[in-house]
Design a protein around this ligand. Structure first.
Ligand SMILES: Nc1ncnc2c1ncn2[C@@H]1O[C@H](COP(=O)(O)OP(=O)(O)O)[C@@H](O)[C@H]1O
Ligand SMILES: [Mg+2]
Length: 294
């Protein structure tokens, strides 16, 4: 049996269990500093408030954003699972608001060098996340790197954060162009949802989306969905300084309210049957084998 077949069997066995698989949502952007980590963390808090069990995977290997924004230092990271034999429960750190996170460390980069048996062991471990979480939010690093593209290709749901700055819009376009060119990307297998961050009024968000959508439809023909806008909000920057997500530090702040509505839209899509929960085994197998297995 080849490796892909073996992994396919794990995914099948995992999918056949009675419990549902986790919904994997990957947050990305064309450039840094546009609000990805805030989006990941605040949507996580909002999902949790709706009764969902949420784990954030911090896959920004350069900057450990999530732990800083949660003001919590993780004892372990993904490397400890891969190289030190820790199990999945041991590497989850519980942050404020009962949201768990896993710090990526430099973990995922080395996965492709591991032996087949070992890889299978790791993926089986990661698949246990499906029993622990309803939603897994992956916070990616900035820019168009191979690692980020791998995560996006593996992800069923991509949240693209953009701001009204012209460079942010062109960088978003470049990211989508690179994704579209990726040999394993298939538009049918993923949905791309756009969030407009740091807007001064809601119409700016719609205008920004339309601007991006016009070029994307003309040159890439990738379906994009507009999820909504998050206003420019001093309360959000203050919360960042206090190392607490704005949705907890100041739940009535306008940014927190917008995260709440966007989380509700995302939940409704799931209730309406528009979302396919793929689970963690499929997500990671895809990343490490470079093959679509589900
Ligand atoms: N809606 C917003 N209103 C005000 N400031 C914001 C907003 N979103 C992000 N910021 C600021 O931008 C900084 C970078 O946000 P962050 O979520 O860390 O971006 P990224 O993860 O994309 O690099 C934050 O520290 C915060 O000060
Ligand atoms: Mg970040």
């Amino acid at each position: 049996m080849d490796q892909a077949q073996q992994l396919r069997n794990i995914i099948k066995a995992n999918n056949n269990q009675q419990r549902p698989l986790a919904r994997v949502i990957t947050v990305t952007s064309g450039k840094g500093g546009v609000g990805k980590s805030n989006t990941a963390i605040n949507l996580a808090i909002q999902f949790r408030k709706m009764g969902q069990r949420v784990i954030i995977l911090d896959a920004d290997f350069g900057l450990a954003n999530i732990e800083i924004m949660f003001g919590t230092v993780p004892k372990h990271n993904l490397c400890d699972l891969i190289y030190q034999g820790k199990n999945i429960k041991e590497i989850i750190t519980w942050g404020p608001g009962e949201v768990g996170f896993i710090s990526g460390g430099s973990g995922i980069a080395g996965l492709s060098n591991l032996s087949r048996d070992y890889l299978i062991y790791i993926i089986q471990n990661l698949a246990e996340l499906d029993a622990i979480a309803d939603v897994i939010i992956v916070d990616t690093g900035a820019g168009i790197s191979d690692a980020v593209l791998e995560f996006l290709v593996a992800s069923g749901e991509i949240l693209l954060v953009t701001t009204p700055e012209p460079t942010s819009i062109t960088d978003s376009y470049s990211l989508l162009k690179a994704l579209n060119r990726h040999p394993r990307f298939s538009p049918e297998a993923s949905t791309i949802k756009v969030i407009a961050n740091k807007v001064f009024k809601p119409e700016d968000g719609t205008a920004l989306f339309n601007k991006l959508n016009v070029v994307v439809q003309r040159y890439l023909k990738l379906p994009l969905e507009y999820l909504g806008a998050i206003p420019q909000d001093d309360k959000l920057s203050q919360a960042v300084m206090q190392q607490t997500p704005v949705s907890l530090a100041n739940p009535m702040a306008k940014s927190a309210k917008s995260y709440e509505s966007i989380a509700a839209v995302l939940m409704n899509k799931e209730i309406g049957g528009e979302v396919k929960r793929r689970g963690m085994a499929a997500f990671f197998s895809h990343i490490v084998t470079g093959k679509k297995l589900d």
